[in-house]
Design a protein around this ligand. Structure first.
Ligand code: SAH
Ligand code: SF4
Length: 389
C-alpha cells in the first residue's frame, strides 16, 4: 500500500526530496501546502514545479476525507460524518469555545476526533461499540480530520461571505473576494484544542495514535500544543504506563463511569481485564512521571451509577489521584435501555462530590440531540442505509 504524505515526519519528507535532488526549501513549501493551506490535491500546490508534483503523485497518496453528512451550524456544535477510502464511516465533532448560545462566538474551537472504525471494548451504554471493531485508523486518517474540518469551515465562511455580498449588492457583476486559502487569523489554526474522544479506543491503536498526535503537535505540522491535546481511554492500564513514558505532555482523561468494581463492571467489560486496582496503579505511575492533573469522565446513567453510594469511593479516587471529575448526563442512544437522571439528581450528585472537596463540573448544555456523544451519527446513518436496501 502506498504511503500517504500526511503520515511522514519532516525529516522523512526532507530525505525523499533530497534524494530527488530538490533544494532544501521545498520541504517547507510542501508542509505549508499540507498543514497550513490544507491542499486537497497535488495540482493545488501551484508554487511547486509540475515535475515535482508528478513525482510526489507517483510516490505518495494525498488522502482527503469525503464528507458524507454534516449536522449543526457554524456557531454551534457541528458533527462531521466522513467516508473513508474503503467506505467506512467515522465522526468528528467541532465544538466552539464559547457557543453563541452562552456568550460571544469564538473563532477558537475544540475538535473531538476518532481513532478507530467501531470499537472492540463494548461499553454497554456506547453507540461506537455496538457493531464491534472494524479497523484502526491510520495516522493520516486521524490527522486529516483536523485539516478536513478546517477546510470545510473555511468553505462555509466563504459561502457566507458570498451570500452576504449578494444580499448587499444583488448585481451579478459584483466582484467577490477570492476564497481564503489560509485559516482565519492567518497561519493560526481554527482548531486549537483536540480531544481524542470520538469513535474507538485510542490506546488500542497506540502506534498510529502517537504518530498522528506528533504530526498534529509538530511546529511544522498541526502546531497544536501537547497540553491542548487530551487522550481519553476506557482504562487500558499497560498503555497508560507506556504513554507515561513518552516525552510529550499530552493530557489524559479516564472514562471511569463507576467508582467501585461492582458498578463499573456492569457497564464496562474492560473493568474485568483491568479492575480499578490495576487501573489506579497505572495512574499512580502516570502521575509520578507527569505530575499533571488528570480528568475522570463520569457519565450519569439513571439507576446505574448515579446513586449517592458512589460518592465516597469516587471522591476517594479523585483525591488520591488528583483528578478533576467531569460529570456528563448520559445521552440517550436509540435502541439502548439507559437514560439520563433528572436534572436535580445530577445537581445533587455534583453537590455531594463538592462537599467531599473534589473539583467537579457538570455539563449542563441543552440541545443534546446535536451534542450527543460520538458514534451516534454513524450509527443512525448506517441504520438508514441498511433500511434502504
Ligand atoms: N474509548 C475512549 C474514547 C472515546 S469515548 C473512552 O472510552 O474514553 C469518549 C467518551 O464519551 C467516553 O467517556 C465515553 O464513555 C463517553 N460516552 C460514550 N457514549 C456516551 C453517551 N451515550 N452519552 C455520554 N457519554 C458517552
Ligand atoms: Fe469504546 Fe470508549 Fe465507547 Fe467504551 S466508551 S465502547 S471504549 S468508544
Amino acid at each position: 500500500m502506498p504511503i500517504d504524505i500526511k503520515s511522514l515526519t519532516r525529516d522523512e519528507l526532507a530525505a525523499h526530496l533530497q534524494k530527488w535532488g530538490q533544494p532544501a526549501y521545498r520541504t517547507d513549501q510542501v508542509l505549508d501546502w499540507l498543514y497550513r493551506r490544507r491542499a486537497a490535491s497535488w495540482d493545488a500546490m501551484s508554487n511547486l514545479p509540475k515535475a515535482l508534483r508528478e513525482k510526489l503523485r507517483g510516490h505518495f497518496t494525498l488522502q482527503t476525507l469525503e464528507l458524507a453528512r454534516k449536522q449543526g451550524s457554524s456557531d454551534t456544535t457541528q458533527k462531521f460524518l466522513w467516508k473513508l477510502a474503503d467506505g467506512a464511516l467515522i465522526e468528528s465533532v467541532l465544538i466552539p469555545a464559547n457557543p453563541a448560545l452562552y456568550g460571544e462566538a469564538s473563532d477558537r474551537h475544540t475538535l473531538c476526533i476518532s481513532t478507530q472504525v467501531g470499537c472492540a471494548y463494548g461499553c454497554k451504554f456506547c453507540a461506537s461499540g455496538l457493531d464491534g471493531w472494524k479497523r484502526n485508523l491510520r495516522p493520516e486518517e486521524i490527522v486529516e480530520q483536523v485539516i478536513a474540518v478546517e477546510r470545510w469551515s473555511s468553505a462555509d465562511e466563504n459561502e457566507k461571505r458570498r451570500k452576504g455580498a449578494e444580499e448587499n449588492f444583488p448585481l451579478p457583476s459584483v466582484p467577490l473576494s477570492p476564497p481564503r486559502a489560509e485559516p482565519p487569523g492567518g497561519s493560526e489554526r481554527l482548531i486549537n484544542n483536540i480531544v481524542v474522544m470520538g469513535m474507538g479506543e485510542p490506546l488500542a491503536n497506540y502506534e498510529n495514535l502517537l504518530a498522528a498526535l506528533r504530526l498534529l503537535n509538530a511546529p511544522w505540522g498541526g502546531g497544536i500544543g501537547a497540553r491542548k491535546i487530551t487522550v481519553s481511554t476506557s482504562g487500558l492500564a499497560p498503555q497508560i504506563r507506556k504513554l507515561a513514558d513518552e516525552p510529550e505532555q499530552f493530557r489524559l482523561a479516564i472514562s471511569l463511569h463507576g467508582a467501585t468494581d461492582e458498578v463499573r463492571a456492569t457497564i464496562m467489560p474492560v473493568n474485568k481485564k483491568y479492575p480499578l486496582k490495576e487501573l489506579t496503579a497505572a495512574l499512580d505511575y502516570y502521575l509520578s512521571k507527569h505530575g499533571r492533573m488528570i480528568t475522570f469522565e463520569y457519565i450519569l446513567i439513571a439507576g446505574v451509577n448515579d446513586r449517592l453510594d458512589q460518592i465516597r469511593p469516587l471522591a476517594a479516587l479523585a483525591r488520591r489521584l488528583h483528578a478533576k471529575v467531569n460529570l456528563i448526563p448520559y445521552n440517550k442512544v436509540e435502541g439502548l435501555p439507559w437514560a439520563r437522571p433528572e436534572e436535580k439528581e445530577c445537581e445533587a450528585f455534583l453537590k455531594a462530590l463538592e462537599n467531599e472537596d473534589v473539583t467537579a463540573t457538570l455539563r449542563r448544555e441543552k440541545g443534546h440531540d446535536i451534542d450527543a456523544a460520538c458514534g451516534q451519527l454513524r450509527l443512525k446513518t448506517e441504520r438508514e442505509l441498511a433500511a434502504a436496501v
